[in-house]
Design a protein around this ligand. Structure first.
Ligand SMILES: Nc1nc2c(ncn2[C@@H]2O[C@H](COP(=O)(O)OP(=O)(O)OP(=O)(O)O)[C@@H](O)[C@H]2O)c(=O)[nH]1
Ligand SMILES: [Mg+2]
Length: 349
């Protein structure tokens, strides 16, 4: 991975932002009034699955993901009801608009992200998930700050923590690399930054649990306990931890909307569906979240199972039902329930 030295990395994160706050940005097409949106900031070290997780919440492969340092600028994606395509703009370092597109292709978004002049991207469109989220849900993707090839990543992520008025934070832990030095440094930095911010919920997404091998003793439950101890040790008391398979959820959602999957994606989806058959409630049972939330997700799964029983003879309906069950147990549904719950709490006078 080519990690930075701990000291150097720490210094990078400590560098104070020189960028104007989100509220005072110049661009005409920036966010609507803060009270109209519910902003969720997504953070993690490189390749933990931030962008895959965001794509799964959006329901399509809008943002580029890869097994290498990928996201290079902060990307804001807002759910707006009733638009057929995502529209958006990219902005340079003095925050003026570089380009605007009514319907940017995935390839163009990839180019914007790779362009060294681009500091941030802002997109809006209808999330392709059912039921649709309430309008105004905004997801913020960030670069993995531990990229030794590009020093701007750590700065941009720190600026996002400081400047985005988020109402909830999703921190993605990589279950296949739990507790790396870089991850600990980012979490410690986050804990310090949060001291001066209003208290907002943090959801720890323990991602890539599909890579664990239970036959080698790598149970989801065991990893959730490890994550719990790790987070408490850093100072996050009573963490909410959601074991997640973000990419499987994304591929299931793609299949549900008849989007084309690559061969590798189809294969990963098949494997995830096998897991679904063998131990359907393992992820949900291992989830550390308020009972109310777990009960809601459990009920959604019960309801799908009942429909499955009733529609056994209809193969197409049964296949779709399985994909929905996969999304429900993948952790994605749990996050959506958590976010909706928090939004309702925030709306109360
Ligand atoms: N097996 C498995 N792979 C995943 C999962 N989520 C993401 N991945 C893969 O992990 C790799 C990195 O995913 P990204 O979503 O690009 O990760 P990221 O955190 O956005 O990475 P950066 O933007 O580079 O910091 C990709 O190859 C994804 O397909 C998961 O739940 N399971
Ligand atoms: Mg990314």
């Amino acid at each position: 991975m080519g990690d930075l030295g701990a000291e150097q990395y720490g210094q990078k994160l400590m560098t104070r932002s020189t960028v104007t706050s989100a509220k005072t940005r110049k661009s005409a097409r920036s966010a609507p009034a803060a009270n109209a949106t519910f902003d969720v900031l997504v953070l993690a070290t490189m390749s933990a699955g931030k962008t895959s997780f965001i794509n799964a919440l959006i329901g399509q492969e809008l943002l580029h993901t890869a097994n290498e340092a990928t996201t290079a600028c902060v990307t804001r994606v807002e759910h707006r009801q009733g638009t057929r395509r995502f529209s958006g703009a990219c902005y340079c370092y003095n925050d003026t608009e570089l380009a605007y597109e009514r319907s940017p292709s995935v390839a163009l978004l990839r180019d914007w992200n790779a362009d060294a002049e681009v500091k941030r991207i802002s997109l809006a469109g209808t999330f392709k998930v059912l039921p649709r989220p309430a309008p105004g849900l905004v997801l913020h993707d960030t670069p993995g700050p531990n990229n030794s090839q590009d020093e701007s990543h750590a700065r941009l992520t720190l600026e996002a923590i400081r400047n985005v008025s988020f109402k909830a934070l999703c921190y993605v832990l990589n279950a296949s690399q739990l507790g790396t030095r870089d991850d600990r440094l980012l979490l410690e930095q986050l804990r310090e930054e949060l001291v001066t911010k209003p208290a907002q919920p943090i959801y720890f997404i323990l991602n890539k649990v599909d890579l664990l091998d239970p036959e080698k003793g790598e149970s989801v439950e065991g990893y959730v306990h490890m994550a719990q101890r790790y987070l408490r040790d850093i100072g996050f008391e009573q963490p909410i931890i959601i074991p997640t398979m973000a990419s499987a959820a994304l591929y299931a959602r793609k299949a549900l909307s008849a989007d084309t999957l690559t061969r590798a994606q189809r294969s990963q989806l098949r494997q995830a569906l096998d897991v679904l058959d063998s131990n359907k409630r393992a992820l949900l049972n291992a989830t550390v979240a308020p009972d109310l939330i777990k009960r809601r997700v459990g009920k959604a799964l019960d309801s799908l199972e009942r429909k499955q029983q009733a529609n056994q003879s209809d193969t197409r309906a049964s296949d779709k039902n399985k994909l929905r069950q996969l999304v429900t147990i993948s952790g994605l549904k749990t996050i959506e329930v958590l976010i909706n719950h928090q939004r309702r709490l925030d709306e109360q006078p």
